[in-house]
Design a protein around this ligand. Structure first.
Ligand SMILES: [Zn+2]
Ligand SMILES: [Zn+2]
Length: 286
């Protein structure tokens, strides 16, 4: 339930000139407008599950994307029944100038969103079918012009090698350095804690994870309802060796989410309590 100073779950990801929206609670368009990012570059929408607090803002967003003049397709990824729910929600939006596509995923999926951008899913533990998402940007090894020149490759063909093509029998690995670390962003909400989450989010530069309850005493209630406590989220971040943890999706019964910080830090030092407008830039580490 949205509170006056605490809107519902939604996250924007900007990769190059594309915007990806993750979840879309009621009122998402208001906070979106406040942060000033344009609607038009939004070609991908990821839905964790079809509970109202994650999808009720969809009509407003789809309308805004249309109003901004987008004509390229928009694809909504979500669990089974996403097509049906989206169709019902969009029936009040009317005509849109773009092709609206829906892809239903099950969990354990791998989708190529771009040449170097992969989306993976994991089925979460929640009363309804719910998906965790991991976005991974692959990074090509560094290209070595001297080695390419030494092998007689014309400069006009360097781009092909950089893209991973074999040129005149020269393999990209012959003219590039060692593999380089890419970037990983993991989005985990709503779910109870379980061991298989660790490999799924392992090594993320940023893990955005639900933290429905702060108090350890509510761990049992959290598990019953398919949610996590702050400590469980922080332990997940520590076990999975992530770079940074953002805690989100606090229960309306939590008076001040910032109370979660000290507790989270007992398990994991790089935790941040999510708040409206929280933003960061993830950069390649080398
Ligand atoms: Zn839910
Ligand atoms: Zn929820």
């Amino acid at each position: 339930m949205p509170l006056p100073d605490r809107p519902l779950t939604a996250l924007l990801i900007r990769i190059r000139n594309q915007t990806i929206l993750f979840d879309c609670g009621e009122g998402t368009q208001i906070t979106w407008r406040r942060n000033g990012w344009p609607f038009r570059p939004t070609g991908t929408i990821l839905l964790s599950h079809l509970h109202a607090d994650h999808v009720a803002g969809l009509p407003g967003i789809l309308f805004n994307i249309a109003h901004a003049g987008r004509t390229e397709p928009v694809t909504i990824y979500g669990p089974p029944r996403t097509y049906e729910i989206t169709r019902n929600l969009t029936s009040i939006v009317g005509w849109v100038p773009y092709d609206l596509r829906v892809v239903e995923l099950d969990g354990d999926d791998e989708v190529r969103l771009a040449e170097d951008l992969t989306l993976r899913t994991q089925r979460l533990r929640h009363p309804v079918h719910c998906l965790g998402y991991a976005l991974e940007i692959r990074r090509n090894p560094r290209f070595d012009p001297e080695r390419a020149a030494a092998r007689g490759i014309a400069m006009t063909d360097w781009k092909r090698l950089q893209r991973g093509e074999i040129v005149d029998g020269v393999h990209p690995a012959d003219v590039t350095g060692p593999p380089r670390r890419g970037l990983k962003l993991a989005l985990v909400t709503d779910t109870s804690a379980f061991a298989d989450l660790i490999p799924f989010v392992a090594g993320s530069d940023l893990l955005v994870c639900e933290s429905m309850y702060i108090d350890d005493a509510e761990a049992e209630k959290a598990a019953e309802r398919g949610h996590m406590t702050t400590r469980q989220a922080a332990r997940l971040a520590a076990s999975a060796n992530v770079g940074q943890l953002w805690l989100t999706h606090f229960s309306p019964s939590v008076q001040d989410p910032q109370d979660a910080l000290a507790l989270a830090n007992e398990e994991f030092p790089h935790a941040v309590v999510g708040e409206t407008g929280l933003s960061t830039t993830l950069r390649f580490r080398d």
